[in-house]
Design a protein around this ligand. Structure first.
Ligand SMILES: O=C(O)[C@@H](CO)OP(=O)(O)O
Ligand SMILES: [Mg+2]
Length: 425
């Protein structure tokens, strides 16, 4: 029976923040049915592919996605019905052409990505393969080291912490499940510590605790304590990874940084660079994402030159998973790693192209969730398939994030003794 696409349907569903997002269903002539759901960011880069929202409607305060849903069923579906699901590149290219804009503004990256992911899944199911094997081949056996967000601030929480994400990274373990256990235990130890100090243990969008701390250093200190309390050695068993999401506290997105705790006023790019280098020297930090704002290409290059040999400098808002900006970054030595988010670029094929550029440049890449997620576990399989060895997918306290961890546990279980796990940047 043929793997040609027979029907496509779409639906408006809710994401983990209670905002609408797109779910797409694909049915093949051979009877296979699959679906995929699109995530949504809050601290978005200016050059991300456009997420289409029903701005002129009062439903959901203009955040509905019915236009995107209609674009799937009325515009995209008629063009790709009849094409084989394995022809991913053809389908993605057709959708890009059909949209016709630079940034998927016409049909919406949410519409296009929903179809792209659902097609990938249908093709895998049609071949009777798990998604990670279909995308990664028979050699795909490496589980990613998880970066677990245990303390939230910035645009993802209503607290006094400037940086968006403080993550625990289990670098000293032999298996994914042991690594995951260690950071989940650290998460619980952190809750106890915060409780004992009378600090709030409510969580941010990605499930990390969001206490009102006095400074960014205090956040790092309390995490180190939690790692030790859980019985692990900070730096060798569990290291720290940060995402400052610096664009969110840089009013001009390139040269000033308004940290709440530095009450003396805004910092210059140079001062921010110096501060990041100092903290990397003082704390066991192995990876730092968006230490500077998305327009601060010079600051990024300076940080990479100064500390790039000891720490992973990850570009998120600055590269937006777009091959064009990644190429520029590689030429200008802007960073040494890229955060990979499917919905920043909008198709599976272009995301793989972005990853290929990283590999060619000897850069690492981190597969990532968005702060608005669903129960879809696509990125868990995608991380194993892409073999980059790193994933960032939130804390252990929200089921939309835990779904990804559980899927990775499942893949590890399926792989049995052939599963690989190690930290390398
Ligand atoms: O900045 C980030 O890396 C992401 C995910 O953690 O947040 P958002 O989805 O809000 O852009
Ligand atoms: Mg980020």
């Amino acid at each position: 029976m043929s793997s040609r696409i027979a029907a496509i349907d779409a639906l408006e569903i809710l994401d983990s923040r209670g905002n609408p997002t797109v779910r797409v269903f694909v049915e093949l002539e051979n009877g296979i049915r699959s679906c995929a759901s699109v995530p949504s960011g809050a601290s978005t880069g200016e050059n991300e592919a456009i997420e289409l929202r029903d701005n002129n409607s009062t439903r959901y305060n203009g955040k509905g996605v019915r236009t995107a849903v209609d674009n799937v069923t009325k515009i995209i579906a008629p063009e790709i019905i009849g094409i084989k699901a394995e022809d991913q590149a053809v389908i993605d290219r057709l959708m890009i052409e059909l949209d016709g804009s630079e940034n998927k503004a016409n049909l919406g990256a949410n519409a296009i990505l929903g179809v792209s992911m659902a097609v990938t899944r249908a093709a895998a199911e049609s071949l009777g393969m798990p998604l990670y094997r279909y995308l990664g081949g028979s050699g795909a056996c490496r589980l990613p080291v998880p970066m677990m967000n245990i303390l939230n601030g910035g645009a993802h929480a209503d607290n006094s912490v400037d940086f968006q994400e403080y993550m625990a990274v289990p670098i000293g373990f032999d298996t994914f499940s042991e690594g995951l256990r260690a950071i989940a235990e650290t998460f619980h130890a952190l809750k106890k510590l915060l409780n004992s100090r009378g600090l709030a243990t409510g969580v941010g969008d990605e499930g990390g605790f969001a206490p009102n701390l006095g400074s960014n250093e205090e956040a790092m200190e309390v995490i180190l304590e939690a790692i030790a309390k859980a019985g692990y050695q900070p730096g060798s068993d569990i290291a720290m990874s940060l995402d400052s999401a610096a664009s969110s506290f840089s009013p001009d997105l390139k040269s000033t940084y308004d940290l709440q705790w530095s009450k003396g006023g805004a910092l210059t790019s140079q001062q921010m660079v110096d501060l990041v280098c100092k903290w990397v020297a003082d704390y066991p930090i192995v990876s730092w994402e968006d230490p500077l704002a998305e327009g601060d290409w010079d600051g990024f290059a300076q940080i990479t030159e100064r500390i790039g040999n000891t720490v992973q400098i990850v570009g998120d808002d600055i590269f937006v998973t777009n091959p064009r900006y990644i190429k520029q970054g590689v030429d200008w030595l802007t960073a040494n790693s890229v955060l990979i988010k499917l919905n920043q670029i909008g198709t599976v094929t272009e995301t793989i192209e972005a990853i290929r550029l990283c590999r060619d440049a000897g850069w690492t890449y981190v597969i990532s969730h968005r702060s608005g997620e669903t129960e879809d576990t696509f990125i868990a399989d995608f991380a194993v398939a892409m073999d980059g060895g790193q994933i960032k997918t939130g804390s252990a306290s929200r089921s939309d994030r835990v779904a990804k961890y559980n899927r990775l546990l499942e893949i590890e279980h399926h792989l049995g003794q052939d599963a690989r796990y190690y930290w390398k940047r």
